[in-house]
Design a protein. Sequence first.
Length: 65
Amino acid sequence: MIGRLGTTELLIIFGVVLVVFGPSKLPELGSSLGKGIREFRQSARGLKDSIEVEVEEQDSDKQEA
C-alpha cells in the first residue's frame, strides 16, 4: 500500500486516468511526472546541501572566535 491507498483504489485511479487521457498520452504523462519528481528531489537535495554548508560555516566561525 502507498500511504493509505490500497490496490483497489490505485486501480480505480489508473482506470480513470486511462479514460481521461487515453492510452497514447500515458507514456508522455508518466515521463513528465518522472521529470518533475526528479527535479523536485534535486532541488530538495540542493537546499539541504546549502543549509549544511551554512551550518558548517557558522560552526567554524564560532570556533575561530
